[in-house]
Each structure stands twice: as structure tokens, then as C-alpha cells.
Design a binder for this molecule. Structure first.
Ligand SMILES: Nc1ncnc2c1ncn2[C@@H]1O[C@H](COP(=O)(O)OP(=O)(O)OP(=O)(O)O)[C@@H](O)[C@H]1O
Ligand SMILES: [Mg+2]
Length: 267
């Protein structure tokens, strides 16, 4: 049983963004790994049909198995869990033919609640693993049944953003989305925070946007930004997290600090 935030099972974090390619998958994997280095057991869940999360965590599964196929064939999710690195377990999305993905999405669409599907699956998964402290959910960019499932079942939402003008203008939209009836958290209490990734302090615009985000969001902007660091990309080429591949890198240090901040917020 998790001691975090008095949750009966694991503390759930949805990693989301309105825009694509901002680093959700990279940060989900690295955060899970950094939490595991601090002694916390995590389940990293891929809700993105791109199915890329497993490649950051050296998970053994490269086949069709995953939560998507399990859901379609009404098999229990634990059957799709694979071992990642360290104390991280991985639940891949898996590969689905387009028509099967469309079928799954139609089964999750209103009037059904995708968050309930996620909640039930996660309860099965965490119960089978036992003693999971964190569930981290990677999502596709923008609104989708998967994003709705992750946000609606989460205790904390991390909105990943870049320190650029294009990301700044998406802030009101994501806040509107979080307060809309279809995204309401199943477990009641939920916090949401913005996290800047690929921060480049050498750029005036980057520093400026960060300052404006700080003014606008106050404590909802994580005090830890993850800086631009080539080792984040190099790590993926080695099917690793930056945390393990380049432990002395800026990215690894930033993610470790981010993990400590998450632990404080979740406590
Ligand atoms: N801090 C960083 N420094 C440098 N490169 C980074 C950093 N974080 C992520 N990247 C790189 O940015 C690219 C996009 O990252 P990633 O795939 O994690 O984004 P994403 O938000 O999951 O994308 P999508 O919306 O397609 O799911 C990758 O090439 C990744 O290696
Ligand atoms: Mg991704």
C-alpha cells in the first residue's frame, strides 16, 4: 500500500500536453526511473498508440501484447505487464491494427467513461504487482479518449510544456479542458502542474517565456525545469533513460530534482 497522499493503492500521475513532441514520453520514463532510484516502485503505463514508452525503459516486450489488445479481448491487464529497468514495471500500449484501434476507441467513447476503464485496469495492475508507489501514464498529444482516461483517473496531472510562445498560448486551453465535465477526476482530489522541458537558458525568449509562465501560473509551475540536453536523445538511441545512460548529465540531474519535487507534492 502506498503511503503517498493516503492513496489506497498507487499515486497516479498523468503526463500530458496539448502539443506534440514536447517530451512527455521522455519525462515519463525518466521520472519513473528517477523515482525508482529513490526507492519508489513505479508502473509506467503507455496510453499512446505510438507505443514508444517501452523503448526508453528497456522493456522486454516488442510484440503485440499490451493494454490495448488486452482490453479488446477482455483479458486482465496484468498479463501485459513487462519488466523495465530497476524497480520500474512497464505496461505498453502494444500494437493494434488500425481497425482494432478504432474499435477500442469506439468502446471507450461516450456515454462510456474512459477514466473508469483506466481506473479498473490500474487497480488490477497494481494489485497484481503489489506495493507500487507510483503509476505514471504517458499520453498522446491533444484531446483523445486516452488523454481523458489518464487525466480522469489521475491524482496529479503534469502538463509538459516548452518555454516558447507556441506553448504559452496553449495554457488557457488546457485549463479549460481540465475543468470540463468530461475530464473530472474519478478520485476527487487532483492537482495539476506545468513542467518546462527542453529549457534553454541561453535564449532570451526562453527565459522570458519561463518568467511569464511563472507570473501566470504561480505555484502551478514546477520550480524544476528540465534543460535541453542531447543526452536525453542519445539515451533513447541506447534504449535507456538519461538517468541511467548519462547519470552526470544535466537532464539526469534535472529529472532527479523533478522526482524529489514530485515526492514532496505527493506526500
Ligand atoms: N530535455 C530534453 N533535451 C533534449 N532533447 C529532449 C529532451 N526531452 C525530450 N527530448 C527529445 O525530444 C523529442 C521528443 O520527445 P518525446 O518523444 O519524449 O516527446 P513526446 O511529447 O512524447 O512526443 P509525442 O507528442 O509525439 O508523444 C525526442 O527526440 C527526445 O529525445
Ligand atoms: Mg510521446
Amino acid at each position: 500500500m502506498s503511503q503517498l497522499n493516503n492513496k489506497p493503492d498507487a499515486f497516479r500521475i498523468a503526463v500530458v500536453s496539448p502539443k506534440g513532441g514536447v517530451g512527455k514520453t521522455t519525462l515519463t520514463a525518466n521520472l519513473a526511473d528517477a523515482l525508482s532510484l529513490s526507492g519508489y516502485r513505479s508502473l509506467a503505463v503507455d496510453l499512446d498508440p505510438q507505443n514508444a514508452l517501452q523503448f526508453h525503459l528497456r522493456s522486454s516486450a516488442v510484440d503485440a501484447n499490451g493494454l490495448a489488445a488486452a482490453s479488446l479481448s477482455r483479458k486482465p491487464w496484468p498479463s501485459a505487464i513487462t519488466a523495465g529497468r530497476g524497480q520500474v514495471s512497464v505496461l505498453p500500449f502494444g500494437y493494434l491494427a488500425d481497425r482494432h484501434r478504432v474499435l477500442l476507441e469506439s468502446r471507450l467513447a461516450p456515454p462510456r467513461n474512459p477514466a473508469q476503464w483506466m481506473h479498473n485496469g490500474l487497480l488490477q495492475a497494481t494489485e497484481a504487482l503489489g506495493d507500487v508507489d507510483f503509476v505514471l501514464m504517458d499520453t498522446p498529444p491533444g484531446p483523445s479518449v486516452y488523454q481523458q482516461a489518464a487525466i480522469g483517473s489521475a491524482d496529479m496531472v503534469l502538463i509538459i510544456t516548452l518555454a516558447d510562445a507556441a506553448s504559452f498560448i496553449t495554457v488557457p486551453g488546457i485549463d479549460r479542458l481540465l475543468s470540463s465535465p468530461t475530464y473530472q477526476p474519478l478520485r476527487g482530489q487532483q492537482s495539476s502542474y506545468f513542467v518546462i522541458n527542453r529549457m534553454n537558458t541561453a535564449r532570451v525568449l526562453g527565459r522570458d517565456v519561463r518568467q511569464r509562465l511563472q507570473q501566470r501560473l504561480g505555484e502551478r509551475l514546477s520550480p524544476v525545469a528540465v534543460h535541453f540536453d542531447a543526452s536525453a536523445e542519445e539515451a533513447l538511441a541506447a534504449q535507456e533513460t538519461a538517468v541511467h545512460y548519462a547519470p552526470d548529465s544535466r537532464a539526469a540531474h534535472d529529472v532527479a530534482a523533478l522526482a524529489q519535487w514530485v515526492l514532496r507534492v505527493a506526500a
